[in-house]
Design a protein around this ligand. Structure first.
Ligand code: NAD
Length: 264
């Protein structure tokens, strides 16, 4: 059995991860955390997952002593703290948290390099196939096609554009040998002038309970192509994260992404 801690177990992803771990044959829930002051503190994880007792109590500090893997879909500051604890204790990590600042990202990557860690902006298998297709389509279509990225997420999401949208745009830019930071345009408003040929537009919608919807458009006179991924539930990400947990449990220390897990 692979012994797993779920960080942020009362969250949207945490709840799906917890339930899928309890339903699996080879993963064992041995710890669960929540933020200080959360009403789940001290309760049995089964309570917040709508299950019978798991005998795992929810704690503020990540319980690394008996864990093989910690899975974190929380917030940048708490994931950084968890990374320090896991690196010190030799516990592997699977991290889906998005919205790191540039400084936080540098520190996070340096910290988790000491243990096996899969860090990915999107754990869905199909999305990782799309990452490859987007770059290839940009390369084939070339500079004649305008590229725009559109994403939609639920109303509670706090960062924009999504980590996945950024990764898609980076892939399209790479296919055209452009640096995304040099060509990205976020939204448009007012008299913007004509679109420049090389810019890549990014747009974020926030509405309802959308689990994640991403499109990359390639447009030229007379046509446009849309490559789209639609997550119908968070299980797309949670199942991928559990696949990554099985991968890191047997991997050497280092930073991996879902492409490594899926051998793409
Ligand atoms: P959420 O707000 O529902 O859940 C986050 C949980 O983390 C909350 O329960 C919160 O209380 C908890 N938390 C915050 N600080 C904590 C701390 N110090 N210790 C322990 N727990 C703490 O959010 P969500 O929709 O589950 O998403 C969480 C993160 O995962 C976001 O950054 C989101 O963008 C990202 N995400 C990534 C993927 C992916 O495939 N990579 C998919 C979905 C969501």
């Amino acid at each position: 059995m692979i012994r797993v801690v779920v960080c942020g177990i009362a969250g949207r992803m945490g709840q799906r991860l917890g339930n899928l771990i309890l339903d699996s044959d080879d993963l064992q829930l041995v710890g669960a955390t929540e933020r200080p002051g959360h009403d789940a503190q001290g309760r049995d994880a089964g309570d917040v997952l709508g299950r019978s007792s798991t005998k795992v109590l929810i704690t503020e500090v990540i319980p690394v002593a008996d864990a093989d893997v910690a899975i974190a879909f929380t917030a940048p500051a708490s994931t950084l703290a968890d990374a320090r604890a896991c690196a010190a204790a030799g516990v592997a990590m699977v991290v889906g948290t998005t919205g790191f600042s540039a400084d936080e990202l540098t520190e996070f990557k340096a910290t988790v390099a000491a243990v096996p860690c899969v860090f990915a902006p999107n754990f869905s298998t199909a999305m990782n196939v799309l990452f490859k297709l987007v770059e290839e389509a940009a390369r084939i279509l070339g500079d004649d096609y305008d590229i725009e990225v559109l994403e939609a997420h639920h109303r509670h999401k706090v960062d924009a554009p999504s980590g996945t949208a950024i990764r898609l745009a980076q892939g399209a830019a790479a296919g055209l040998q452009r640096n995304l930071d040099d060509v990205v345009v976020h939204g448009r408003q007012g008299v913007t002038g004509e679109r420049t040929r090389k810019e890549i537009g990014m747009h974020a919608m926030r509405l309802g309970d959308v689990a994640g919807d991403h499109s990359v458009f390639y447009g030229a006179p007379g046509e446009f192509l849309e490559l789209r991924h639609h997550a119908t539930s968070r299980d797309a990400f949670a199942l991928g994260a559990l696949r990554a947990a099985r991968f890191v449990a047997a991997a050497k220390p280092g930073l991996y992404d879902m492409g490594d897990v899926l051998a793409l």
